[in-house]
Design a protein around this ligand. Sequence first.
Ligand SMILES: C=C(O[C@@H]1C=C(C(=O)O)C=C[C@H]1O)C(=O)O
Length: 413
Amino acid sequence: MSSLQRIPWNPALSTTERRRQLVALALTSGRPVALWRLPNAEHARLCLSLKVDGAYVGLPPALEPTAPAGFAFFPFRDSDHNPPLFLPADLFFDLGRPDEIQVSPVAAARLPELRQRFTALPTAAGLPWHVSAQPVPATATQLEYEALVAAGVTAIEAGTVQKVVSSRAVRRLLPAGFDALAAFDELQERYPNAFVSLVSAPGAGTWLGATPEVLAEIDEQHVFRTMALAGTQPLLPGMKPATARWAHKDLEEHAMVARYIVNCFKQLRLREYDERGPRTVTAGQLLHLRTDFAVHLREVPFPSLGTDMLRLLHPTPAVGGVPKQPALEFLRRHEGYDRAYYAGFLGPVNLPDAGQSRLYVNLRCLQLRPQEAILYAGTGLTADSEPAREWQETELKLRTVGAILGESAKVSI
Ligand SMILES: C=C(O[C@@H]1C=C(C(=O)O)C=C[C@H]1O)C(=O)O
Protein backbone atom coordinates (compact mmCIF):
# COMPACT_ATOMS: atom_id res chain seq x y z
CA MET A 1 0.00 0.00 0.00
CA SER A 2 1.39 3.35 -0.92
CA SER A 3 0.83 5.80 1.90
CA LEU A 4 0.91 9.29 0.52
CA GLN A 5 2.52 12.05 2.48
CA ARG A 6 1.15 15.62 2.39
CA ILE A 7 3.70 18.30 1.62
CA PRO A 8 2.98 22.05 1.74
CA TRP A 9 3.50 23.46 -1.75
CA ASN A 10 3.40 27.07 -2.73
CA PRO A 11 5.02 27.93 -6.03
CA ALA A 12 4.30 31.43 -7.38
CA LEU A 13 1.69 30.08 -9.80
CA SER A 14 -2.10 29.99 -9.93
CA THR A 15 -3.89 26.66 -9.42
CA THR A 16 -4.40 26.31 -13.17
CA GLU A 17 -0.73 27.01 -13.81
CA ARG A 18 0.27 24.48 -11.15
CA ARG A 19 -1.86 21.90 -12.90
CA ARG A 20 -0.36 22.76 -16.27
CA GLN A 21 3.20 22.58 -14.99
CA LEU A 22 2.60 19.23 -13.29
CA VAL A 23 1.30 17.90 -16.60
CA ALA A 24 4.38 19.39 -18.30
CA LEU A 25 6.62 17.75 -15.70
CA ALA A 26 5.16 14.35 -16.59
CA LEU A 27 5.07 14.79 -20.35
CA THR A 28 8.50 16.35 -20.85
CA SER A 29 10.06 13.34 -19.14
CA GLY A 30 7.98 10.73 -20.98
CA ARG A 31 5.86 9.85 -17.94
CA PRO A 32 2.15 9.12 -17.65
CA VAL A 33 -0.32 11.55 -16.13
CA ALA A 34 -4.06 11.41 -15.42
CA LEU A 35 -6.42 14.27 -14.69
CA TRP A 36 -10.06 13.68 -13.73
CA ARG A 37 -13.13 15.31 -12.26
CA LEU A 38 -15.72 13.16 -10.47
CA PRO A 39 -19.43 13.65 -11.26
CA ASN A 40 -20.81 16.73 -9.50
CA ALA A 41 -17.46 17.51 -7.90
CA GLU A 42 -16.11 21.02 -7.96
CA HIS A 43 -12.44 20.30 -8.45
CA ALA A 44 -10.32 18.06 -10.61
CA ARG A 45 -7.49 15.84 -9.37
CA LEU A 46 -4.25 14.81 -10.95
CA CYS A 47 -1.98 11.82 -10.55
CA LEU A 48 1.51 11.44 -11.96
CA SER A 49 3.70 8.34 -11.98
CA LEU A 50 7.46 8.50 -11.81
CA LYS A 51 8.23 5.01 -13.01
CA VAL A 52 7.13 4.48 -16.56
CA ASP A 53 7.18 0.69 -16.62
CA GLY A 54 5.74 0.39 -13.13
CA ALA A 55 2.58 1.33 -14.94
CA TYR A 56 2.12 -1.86 -16.97
CA VAL A 57 0.08 -4.60 -15.40
CA GLY A 58 -1.97 -7.53 -16.60
CA LEU A 59 -4.96 -7.80 -14.29
CA PRO A 60 -7.67 -5.30 -13.45
CA PRO A 61 -6.61 -3.47 -10.28
CA ALA A 62 -7.40 -4.66 -6.78
CA LEU A 63 -9.74 -2.28 -4.96
CA GLU A 64 -9.07 -3.32 -1.36
CA PRO A 65 -7.91 -0.43 0.83
CA THR A 66 -4.52 -2.12 1.15
CA ALA A 67 -3.95 -2.19 -2.64
CA PRO A 68 -1.74 0.44 -4.32
CA ALA A 69 -3.14 3.91 -4.94
CA GLY A 70 -3.19 5.13 -8.51
CA PHE A 71 -5.18 5.57 -11.68
CA ALA A 72 -6.38 2.58 -13.72
CA PHE A 73 -6.60 2.84 -17.50
CA PHE A 74 -7.79 -0.36 -19.09
CA PRO A 75 -8.48 -1.19 -22.73
CA PHE A 76 -11.69 -2.75 -23.98
CA ARG A 77 -9.68 -5.85 -24.78
CA ASP A 78 -6.39 -6.72 -23.21
CA SER A 79 -3.66 -6.88 -25.90
CA ASP A 80 -0.01 -6.05 -26.59
CA HIS A 81 -1.22 -3.11 -28.66
CA ASN A 82 -3.28 -1.68 -25.84
CA PRO A 83 -1.68 -2.62 -22.54
CA PRO A 84 -3.76 -2.40 -19.35
CA LEU A 85 -2.23 0.42 -17.34
CA PHE A 86 -2.12 1.25 -13.69
CA LEU A 87 -0.46 4.58 -12.97
CA PRO A 88 0.82 4.50 -9.40
CA ALA A 89 0.15 7.79 -7.61
CA ASP A 90 3.65 9.14 -6.98
CA LEU A 91 2.43 12.73 -7.07
CA PHE A 92 -1.21 13.46 -6.29
CA PHE A 93 -2.59 16.97 -6.65
CA ASP A 94 -6.12 17.96 -5.67
CA LEU A 95 -7.06 21.24 -7.34
CA GLY A 96 -9.37 21.89 -4.39
CA ARG A 97 -6.32 21.91 -2.09
CA PRO A 98 -3.76 23.67 -4.27
CA ASP A 99 -1.36 24.49 -1.45
CA GLU A 100 -0.31 20.95 -0.87
CA ILE A 101 0.86 18.02 -2.89
CA GLN A 102 0.81 14.39 -1.84
CA VAL A 103 3.79 12.20 -2.58
CA SER A 104 4.61 8.50 -2.42
CA PRO A 105 7.78 7.35 -0.62
CA VAL A 106 9.47 7.09 -4.05
CA ALA A 107 8.63 10.70 -4.88
CA ALA A 108 9.45 11.91 -1.36
CA ALA A 109 12.99 10.56 -1.80
CA ARG A 110 13.34 12.55 -5.02
CA LEU A 111 11.71 15.79 -3.96
CA PRO A 112 14.73 18.11 -4.36
CA GLU A 113 15.30 16.91 -7.93
CA LEU A 114 11.56 17.13 -8.77
CA ARG A 115 11.30 20.64 -7.36
CA GLN A 116 14.29 21.71 -9.40
CA ARG A 117 12.87 20.25 -12.61
CA PHE A 118 9.49 21.78 -11.89
CA THR A 119 10.97 25.25 -11.42
CA ALA A 120 13.07 24.98 -14.58
CA LEU A 121 10.09 24.10 -16.84
CA PRO A 122 9.21 26.78 -19.40
CA THR A 123 5.67 28.09 -18.81
CA ALA A 124 4.59 28.85 -22.35
CA ALA A 125 5.82 25.86 -24.37
CA GLY A 126 3.35 23.46 -26.01
CA LEU A 127 2.78 20.19 -24.15
CA PRO A 128 4.23 17.01 -25.69
CA TRP A 129 1.18 14.78 -25.20
CA HIS A 130 1.84 11.06 -25.64
CA VAL A 131 0.77 9.70 -29.01
CA SER A 132 -0.28 6.08 -29.50
CA ALA A 133 2.08 4.06 -31.72
CA GLN A 134 -0.92 2.22 -33.17
CA PRO A 135 -2.18 3.21 -36.60
CA VAL A 136 -5.23 5.46 -36.80
CA PRO A 137 -8.22 3.08 -36.75
CA ALA A 138 -10.39 2.44 -39.79
CA THR A 139 -13.54 4.56 -39.81
CA ALA A 140 -16.82 3.14 -41.06
CA THR A 141 -19.00 4.96 -43.59
CA GLN A 142 -22.73 5.02 -42.95
CA LEU A 143 -23.17 2.13 -45.38
CA GLU A 144 -20.47 0.09 -43.69
CA TYR A 145 -21.84 0.75 -40.23
CA GLU A 146 -25.34 -0.18 -41.29
CA ALA A 147 -23.97 -3.41 -42.76
CA LEU A 148 -22.30 -4.13 -39.39
CA VAL A 149 -25.63 -3.55 -37.61
CA ALA A 150 -27.38 -5.83 -40.12
CA ALA A 151 -24.74 -8.52 -39.47
CA GLY A 152 -25.36 -8.10 -35.73
CA VAL A 153 -29.11 -8.53 -36.17
CA THR A 154 -28.48 -11.64 -38.29
CA ALA A 155 -26.27 -13.09 -35.54
CA ILE A 156 -29.02 -12.37 -32.99
CA GLU A 157 -31.66 -14.00 -35.21
CA ALA A 158 -29.38 -17.01 -35.69
CA GLY A 159 -29.07 -17.33 -31.90
CA THR A 160 -25.28 -16.81 -31.84
CA VAL A 161 -25.79 -13.86 -29.50
CA GLN A 162 -28.76 -12.21 -27.76
CA LYS A 163 -27.29 -8.72 -27.74
CA VAL A 164 -24.17 -7.16 -29.19
CA VAL A 165 -22.90 -3.57 -29.00
CA SER A 166 -21.43 -2.42 -32.29
CA SER A 167 -19.35 0.72 -32.52
CA ARG A 168 -17.29 2.88 -34.84
CA ALA A 169 -14.57 5.52 -34.90
CA VAL A 170 -14.60 8.92 -36.59
CA ARG A 171 -11.68 11.22 -37.41
CA ARG A 172 -12.00 14.96 -36.88
CA LEU A 173 -9.43 17.69 -37.47
CA LEU A 174 -8.40 19.55 -34.34
CA PRO A 175 -9.41 23.21 -34.43
CA ALA A 176 -6.52 25.68 -34.72
CA GLY A 177 -4.87 26.32 -31.34
CA PHE A 178 -6.55 23.30 -29.73
CA ASP A 179 -5.50 22.97 -26.08
CA ALA A 180 -6.27 19.65 -24.37
CA LEU A 181 -6.36 21.19 -20.88
CA ALA A 182 -8.79 23.89 -22.01
CA ALA A 183 -10.86 21.13 -23.66
CA PHE A 184 -10.88 19.22 -20.35
CA ASP A 185 -12.17 22.38 -18.63
CA GLU A 186 -14.85 22.80 -21.26
CA LEU A 187 -16.01 19.21 -20.72
CA GLN A 188 -16.16 19.85 -16.95
CA GLU A 189 -18.36 22.84 -17.55
CA ARG A 190 -20.64 21.25 -20.12
CA TYR A 191 -21.17 17.98 -18.27
CA PRO A 192 -21.27 18.54 -14.51
CA ASN A 193 -22.68 15.07 -13.82
CA ALA A 194 -20.17 13.16 -15.98
CA PHE A 195 -16.81 11.69 -15.04
CA VAL A 196 -14.44 13.89 -17.04
CA SER A 197 -10.93 12.65 -17.75
CA LEU A 198 -7.73 13.40 -19.61
CA VAL A 199 -5.15 10.61 -19.57
CA SER A 200 -1.80 10.60 -21.34
CA ALA A 201 0.51 7.61 -21.12
CA PRO A 202 3.31 6.07 -23.16
CA GLY A 203 1.89 3.13 -25.09
CA ALA A 204 -1.71 4.33 -24.82
CA GLY A 205 -1.58 7.87 -26.19
CA THR A 206 -3.84 10.67 -24.96
CA TRP A 207 -7.55 10.25 -24.23
CA LEU A 208 -10.18 12.77 -23.27
CA GLY A 209 -13.79 12.08 -22.36
CA ALA A 210 -16.94 12.68 -20.31
CA THR A 211 -18.61 9.39 -19.42
CA PRO A 212 -21.95 8.80 -17.67
CA GLU A 213 -21.33 5.14 -16.74
CA VAL A 214 -19.99 3.79 -13.44
CA LEU A 215 -18.40 0.36 -13.75
CA ALA A 216 -17.40 -0.21 -10.11
CA GLU A 217 -16.98 2.20 -7.27
CA ILE A 218 -16.45 2.13 -3.53
CA ASP A 219 -17.28 5.39 -1.83
CA GLU A 220 -16.31 6.98 1.47
CA GLN A 221 -19.35 5.38 3.14
CA HIS A 222 -17.97 1.91 2.23
CA VAL A 223 -20.71 1.35 -0.32
CA PHE A 224 -19.93 -0.61 -3.47
CA ARG A 225 -21.87 0.58 -6.50
CA THR A 226 -22.34 -0.38 -10.09
CA MET A 227 -25.03 0.37 -12.66
CA ALA A 228 -26.77 -0.93 -15.74
CA LEU A 229 -26.84 1.93 -18.23
CA ALA A 230 -28.41 1.06 -21.57
CA GLY A 231 -31.23 2.35 -23.68
CA THR A 232 -30.81 5.72 -25.37
CA GLN A 233 -32.94 8.50 -26.82
CA PRO A 234 -32.26 12.16 -27.55
CA LEU A 235 -33.25 14.71 -24.93
CA LEU A 236 -35.56 16.91 -26.98
CA PRO A 237 -36.60 20.44 -25.98
CA GLY A 238 -39.42 20.41 -23.44
CA MET A 239 -38.91 16.77 -22.55
CA LYS A 240 -38.75 15.70 -18.88
CA PRO A 241 -36.69 12.62 -17.99
CA ALA A 242 -39.36 11.47 -15.52
CA THR A 243 -42.01 11.21 -18.23
CA ALA A 244 -39.84 9.74 -20.99
CA ARG A 245 -41.32 6.75 -22.76
CA TRP A 246 -39.18 3.86 -23.88
CA ALA A 247 -39.41 1.47 -26.77
CA HIS A 248 -39.55 -2.25 -26.12
CA LYS A 249 -36.11 -2.55 -27.70
CA ASP A 250 -34.54 -0.19 -25.15
CA LEU A 251 -36.21 -1.92 -22.21
CA GLU A 252 -34.98 -5.28 -23.43
CA GLU A 253 -31.47 -4.05 -24.07
CA HIS A 254 -31.40 -2.53 -20.61
CA ALA A 255 -32.79 -5.61 -18.89
CA MET A 256 -29.98 -7.73 -20.35
CA VAL A 257 -27.37 -5.53 -18.69
CA ALA A 258 -29.22 -5.51 -15.36
CA ARG A 259 -29.61 -9.29 -15.46
CA TYR A 260 -25.91 -9.69 -16.21
CA ILE A 261 -24.99 -7.65 -13.13
CA VAL A 262 -27.35 -9.70 -10.96
CA ASN A 263 -25.63 -12.82 -12.31
CA CYS A 264 -22.23 -11.46 -11.33
CA PHE A 265 -23.49 -11.05 -7.74
CA LYS A 266 -24.91 -14.58 -7.95
CA GLN A 267 -21.57 -15.99 -9.06
CA LEU A 268 -20.08 -14.51 -5.92
CA ARG A 269 -23.04 -15.84 -3.89
CA LEU A 270 -23.88 -12.37 -2.71
CA ARG A 271 -27.57 -11.77 -2.06
CA GLU A 272 -27.44 -8.57 -0.03
CA TYR A 273 -27.51 -6.05 -2.83
CA ASP A 274 -29.87 -3.17 -3.29
CA GLU A 275 -31.34 -2.72 -6.79
CA ARG A 276 -33.09 0.51 -7.87
CA GLY A 277 -34.54 1.27 -11.23
CA PRO A 278 -34.69 1.39 -14.10
CA ARG A 279 -35.19 5.13 -14.23
CA THR A 280 -34.45 7.73 -16.86
CA VAL A 281 -31.31 9.84 -16.45
CA THR A 282 -29.75 12.56 -18.58
CA ALA A 283 -26.23 12.44 -20.01
CA GLY A 284 -25.53 15.61 -21.98
CA GLN A 285 -28.17 15.79 -24.71
CA LEU A 286 -29.16 12.15 -24.26
CA LEU A 287 -31.48 10.16 -22.04
CA HIS A 288 -30.55 6.71 -20.79
CA LEU A 289 -32.22 4.01 -18.75
CA ARG A 290 -30.31 3.29 -15.57
CA THR A 291 -30.56 0.71 -12.80
CA ASP A 292 -28.36 1.29 -9.73
CA PHE A 293 -26.90 -1.47 -7.59
CA ALA A 294 -25.39 -0.96 -4.13
CA VAL A 295 -23.82 -3.18 -1.48
CA HIS A 296 -23.00 -1.92 2.01
CA LEU A 297 -19.57 -3.39 2.55
CA ARG A 298 -19.77 -2.91 6.32
CA GLU A 299 -22.80 -5.21 6.38
CA VAL A 300 -21.47 -8.11 4.28
CA PRO A 301 -18.41 -10.19 5.08
CA PHE A 302 -16.92 -9.66 1.64
CA PRO A 303 -13.76 -7.53 1.69
CA SER A 304 -12.80 -8.38 -1.91
CA LEU A 305 -16.23 -7.64 -3.42
CA GLY A 306 -15.05 -4.60 -5.41
CA THR A 307 -12.08 -6.43 -6.91
CA ASP A 308 -14.11 -9.56 -7.69
CA MET A 309 -17.01 -7.66 -9.22
CA LEU A 310 -14.69 -5.56 -11.38
CA ARG A 311 -13.15 -8.72 -12.80
CA LEU A 312 -16.55 -10.24 -13.53
CA LEU A 313 -18.19 -7.09 -14.86
CA HIS A 314 -15.81 -5.85 -17.53
CA PRO A 315 -16.82 -5.72 -20.34
CA THR A 316 -20.51 -5.55 -19.44
CA PRO A 317 -23.25 -6.05 -22.05
CA ALA A 318 -23.57 -2.23 -22.14
CA VAL A 319 -20.45 -2.25 -24.34
CA GLY A 320 -19.89 -5.93 -25.29
CA GLY A 321 -22.86 -8.24 -25.45
CA VAL A 322 -24.66 -11.38 -24.22
CA PRO A 323 -23.37 -14.05 -23.96
CA LYS A 324 -20.06 -12.33 -23.42
CA GLN A 325 -17.61 -14.51 -25.35
CA PRO A 326 -19.66 -15.01 -28.54
CA ALA A 327 -20.43 -11.26 -28.56
CA LEU A 328 -16.74 -10.37 -28.23
CA GLU A 329 -15.93 -12.86 -30.98
CA PHE A 330 -18.57 -11.27 -33.22
CA LEU A 331 -17.01 -7.85 -32.63
CA ARG A 332 -13.48 -9.13 -33.28
CA ARG A 333 -14.59 -10.53 -36.60
CA HIS A 334 -16.98 -7.88 -37.83
CA GLU A 335 -16.33 -4.54 -36.21
CA GLY A 336 -13.34 -3.82 -38.42
CA TYR A 337 -11.29 -1.58 -36.14
CA ASP A 338 -9.43 -1.57 -32.84
CA ARG A 339 -11.42 0.04 -29.99
CA ALA A 340 -8.20 0.40 -27.97
CA TYR A 341 -9.23 2.17 -24.72
CA TYR A 342 -12.74 3.10 -25.87
CA ALA A 343 -15.25 1.02 -23.86
CA GLY A 344 -12.43 0.03 -21.51
CA PHE A 345 -12.49 1.49 -18.00
CA LEU A 346 -10.65 4.15 -16.11
CA GLY A 347 -10.50 5.96 -12.81
CA PRO A 348 -8.83 6.49 -9.45
CA VAL A 349 -8.11 3.56 -7.14
CA ASN A 350 -7.57 4.19 -3.43
CA LEU A 351 -7.48 7.91 -4.18
CA PRO A 352 -7.77 10.41 -2.59
CA ASP A 353 -7.82 7.98 0.35
CA ALA A 354 -7.40 4.26 0.83
CA GLY A 355 -10.78 2.56 0.49
CA GLN A 356 -12.17 4.89 -2.18
CA SER A 357 -12.14 3.84 -5.81
CA ARG A 358 -14.18 5.04 -8.76
CA LEU A 359 -13.99 3.25 -12.06
CA TYR A 360 -16.01 4.31 -15.10
CA VAL A 361 -16.58 2.89 -18.55
CA ASN A 362 -14.57 4.91 -21.06
CA LEU A 363 -17.41 6.26 -23.24
CA ARG A 364 -18.08 9.60 -24.97
CA CYS A 365 -14.35 9.86 -25.44
CA LEU A 366 -11.75 10.70 -28.03
CA GLN A 367 -8.13 9.88 -28.67
CA LEU A 368 -5.86 12.82 -29.41
CA ARG A 369 -3.32 12.74 -32.21
CA PRO A 370 -1.09 15.64 -33.30
CA GLN A 371 -3.52 17.08 -35.89
CA GLU A 372 -6.72 15.20 -35.26
CA ALA A 373 -9.01 13.54 -32.77
CA ILE A 374 -10.50 10.08 -33.10
CA LEU A 375 -13.98 9.89 -31.62
CA TYR A 376 -15.78 6.68 -30.68
CA ALA A 377 -19.41 5.64 -30.19
CA GLY A 378 -21.45 2.48 -30.14
CA THR A 379 -25.01 1.22 -29.84
CA GLY A 380 -26.58 -1.86 -28.34
CA LEU A 381 -28.25 -4.11 -30.91
CA THR A 382 -31.18 -6.42 -30.42
CA ALA A 383 -33.35 -8.32 -32.88
CA ASP A 384 -35.43 -5.14 -33.41
CA SER A 385 -32.53 -2.87 -34.36
CA GLU A 386 -32.87 -0.75 -37.49
CA PRO A 387 -29.52 0.05 -39.11
CA ALA A 388 -30.31 3.71 -39.96
CA ARG A 389 -31.51 4.42 -36.41
CA GLU A 390 -28.41 2.84 -34.89
CA TRP A 391 -26.22 5.02 -37.13
CA GLN A 392 -28.20 8.05 -35.95
CA GLU A 393 -27.68 7.02 -32.33
CA THR A 394 -23.90 6.88 -32.82
CA GLU A 395 -24.08 10.36 -34.40
CA LEU A 396 -25.85 11.65 -31.26
CA LYS A 397 -23.38 9.99 -28.91
CA LEU A 398 -20.44 11.43 -30.87
CA ARG A 399 -21.77 14.92 -30.18
CA THR A 400 -21.07 14.69 -26.45
CA VAL A 401 -17.30 14.87 -26.74
CA GLY A 402 -17.48 16.29 -30.28
CA ALA A 403 -18.94 19.48 -28.82
CA ILE A 404 -15.47 20.64 -27.76
CA LEU A 405 -14.21 20.46 -31.35
CA GLY A 406 -16.73 23.01 -32.59
CA GLU A 407 -17.48 22.79 -36.27
CA SER A 408 -14.12 21.20 -37.12
CA ALA A 409 -14.02 19.20 -40.32
CA LYS A 410 -14.15 15.43 -40.62
CA VAL A 411 -10.88 13.99 -41.88
CA SER A 412 -11.65 12.53 -45.25
CA ILE A 413 -9.66 9.52 -46.29
C1 LIG B 1 -21.64 2.25 -26.27
C2 LIG B 1 -21.96 3.45 -25.80
O1 LIG B 1 -22.88 3.64 -24.81
C3 LIG B 1 -23.47 2.56 -24.13
C4 LIG B 1 -24.62 2.02 -24.87
C5 LIG B 1 -25.89 2.50 -24.65
C6 LIG B 1 -27.05 2.02 -25.51
O2 LIG B 1 -26.82 1.20 -26.41
O3 LIG B 1 -28.16 2.48 -25.33
C7 LIG B 1 -26.15 3.40 -23.61
C8 LIG B 1 -25.17 3.75 -22.76
C9 LIG B 1 -23.86 3.07 -22.77
O4 LIG B 1 -23.86 1.99 -21.91
C10 LIG B 1 -21.26 4.68 -26.26
O5 LIG B 1 -21.52 5.75 -25.72
O6 LIG B 1 -20.42 4.58 -27.17
